[in-house]
Design a protein around this ligand. Structure first.
Ligand SMILES: Nc1ncnc2c1ncn2[C@@H]1O[C@H](COP(=O)(O)OP(=O)(O)O)[C@@H](O)[C@H]1O
Ligand SMILES: [Mg+2]
Length: 360
C-alpha cells in the first residue's frame, strides 16, 4: 500500500459506547502503538498453528524480544474487539513464570498486529528433542514447581490456559520457566480455524473435553500439568494419541474405566455414547513409573483425577509432599544451560520443518 493511497483512504470505526461510526484522523491511524518497523527481525524461532514468532531487536532499547504476528481472520476487517479485550487483559499480567507480554505493535495494514514478548532462549519441546540426557528428577521438580506457580497466578486471575503443552513452556538461560501462548488461542479468530493443516495435539487434553463437556474449568490445565510432569519424568509423551478415540482409549488403559461412581455426571457428558470404553479395572500409573516414590505417584494420580472437581488445583500441586522429599527441587540458577537449537536451526536455514511433537 503506497503512502498517498493509504492517507487518502479514510478509516471508519464503529463506536463502542454509542451507535454509529467515526472517522479516524490520519495522525491517529496507528493509535498509541509503536510500529513494527522499530524492530529488527533477527530470525524465525517458531511457527505454530496460529502465528509466526521471530527473535527481534528493539531498535529503541536494543533489547532482544520475541515478536509474534497475530494472524487474523481474512474475512473480517481489523481486529475483533474480543482480541483487544483479551490482549489488554494479558498486558496487565505480571508474574515471573508467565511470559511477559510487553506491548502490542502494529504493521502498516490495519489488520496486522504483533505481540512483543520477553525473549526466552528455549522451549521445552525443542529442548526435550535435542538434549542428550533426560532432566534429573530434581530438575523436573524445579520446572514443574515453576509451571504450577504460573498456573496458580493465571487461575487466580480467572484465566484458563487451555493449551498447556511442552512447546508452550519456555525457559530462559537463567533456568526460569515461563508459560506462553495462553488465553490467546481464542483471541485470534472465532471460530478457531487451523491456519495450516497441522493437527493440534490431543495428548494433553482432559477427559471431560474429549467427552464434550461444555463447562471448561481450570482443571483442564491441571490435567495437562499431569501429562507434562509425566512426560518430563519419562522423557517421552505419556499419552500420544493419534485420534480422539485413541486418546480416550490410552487414558482408560492407563487409569482404568471411569464410572458414575468415581466421576458423578460422567455418564451424562454429551459424547459418552460415541465411545465404547474398554473395561479396565486397574490404574497402571505405578507400572509405568515403578521407580517413582509414593508422593510422586500420589501427585500424578491427584492431577489425573477423572472428576474435574476432585482434581488437584495448582495450590494442591504446590503443596505436594513430592516437592519436599529428596531429591529436592534444584534452584533455577542451577539448571544447566543448553545450546540455542532454534537459532542454530534458523541460521543453518535447514528446512526440516516443525518439531516432531507437532505432528499427529
Ligand atoms: N517469548 C518467547 N521467547 C522465545 N520463544 C518464543 C516466545 N514465544 C514463542 N516462542 C517460540 O515460538 C513457538 C510458537 O509460539 P506460540 O506462542 O506457542 O504460538 P503458537 O500459537 O503458534 O503455538 C513456541 O513454541 C516457542 O518455540
Ligand atoms: Mg504454542
Amino acid at each position: 500500500m503506497g503512502d498517498t493511497e493509504s492517507e487518502s483512504e479514510q478509516i471508519r470505526l464503529k463506536c463502542i459506547r454509542k451507535d454509529g461510526f467515526f472517522t479516524v484522523p490520519p495522525e491517529h491511524r496507528l493509535g498509541r502503538c509503536r510500529s513494527v518497523k522499530e524492530f529488527e527481525k533477527l530470525n524465525r524461532i517458531g511457527e505454530g498453528t496460529y502465528g509466526i514468532v521471530y527473535r527481534a531487536r528493539d531498535t529503541l532499547t536494543d533489547e532482544i524480544v520475541a515478536l509474534k504476528k497475530v494472524r487474523m481472520d481474512k474475512e473480517k476487517d481489523g481486529v475483533p474487539i474480543s482480541s483487544l479485550r483479551e490482549i489488554t487483559l494479558l498486558l496487565r499480567l505480571r508474574h515471573p513464570n508467565i511470559v511477559e507480554l510487553k506491548e502490542v505493535v502494529v504493521g502498516t495494514h490495519l489488520e496486522s498486529i504483533f505481540l512483543v514478548m520477553g525473549y526466552c532462549e528455549q522451549d521445552l519441546a525443542s529442548l526435550l528433542e535435542n538434549m542428550p540426557t533426560p532432566f534429573s528428577e530434581a530438575q523436573v521438580k524445579c520446572i514443574v514447581l515453576q509451571v504450577l506457580r504460573g498456573l496458580q497466578y493465571l487461575h487466580q486471575n480467572f484465566i484458563i490456559h487451555r493449551d498447556l503443552k511442552v512447546s508452550n513452556l519456555l525457559m530462559t538461560d537463567k533456568g526460569c520457566v515461563k508459560t506462553a501462548d495462553f488465553g490467546l488461542a481464542r483471541a485470534y479468530s472465532i471460530p478457531m480455524k487451523p491456519m495450516t493443516p497441522k493437527v493440534v495435539t490431543l495428548w494433553y487434553r482432559a477427559p471431560e473435553l474429549l467427552l464434550g463437556t461444555s463447562t471448561q474449568t481450570t482443571s483442564i490445565d491441571m490435567w495437562a500439568m499431569g501429562c507434562i510432569l509425566a512426560e518430563l519424568l519419562a522423557h517421552k509423551p505419556l499419552l500420544p494419541g493419534t485420534s480422539e478415540i485413541h486418546q480416550v482409549d490410552l487414558i482408560v488403559q492407563l487409569l482404568g474405566t471411569p464410572s458414575e461412581n468415581i466421576w458423578p455426571g460422567f455418564s451424562r457428558l454429551p459424547l459418552v455414547g460415541q465411545y465404547s470404553l474398554r473395561k479396565q479395572p486397574y490404574n497402571n500409573l505405578k507400572h509405568k513409573f515403578p521407580w517413582l516414590s509414593e508422593a510422586g505417584l500420589r501427585l500424578l494420580n491427584f492431577l489425573f483425577m477423572y472428576d474435574p472437581k476432585k482434581r488437584a488445583t495448582a495450590r494442591d500441586g504446590l503443596d505436594s509432599s513430592y516437592f519436599k522429599e529428596k531429591p529436592l527441587p534444584c534452584e533455577p540458577e542451577l539448571m544447566p544451560t543448553f545450546p540455542h537449537h532454534r537459532n542454530k536451526r534458523a541460521i543453518l536455514a535447514t528446512s526440516e520443518g516443525q518439531s516432531k511433537r507437532c505432528k499427529p
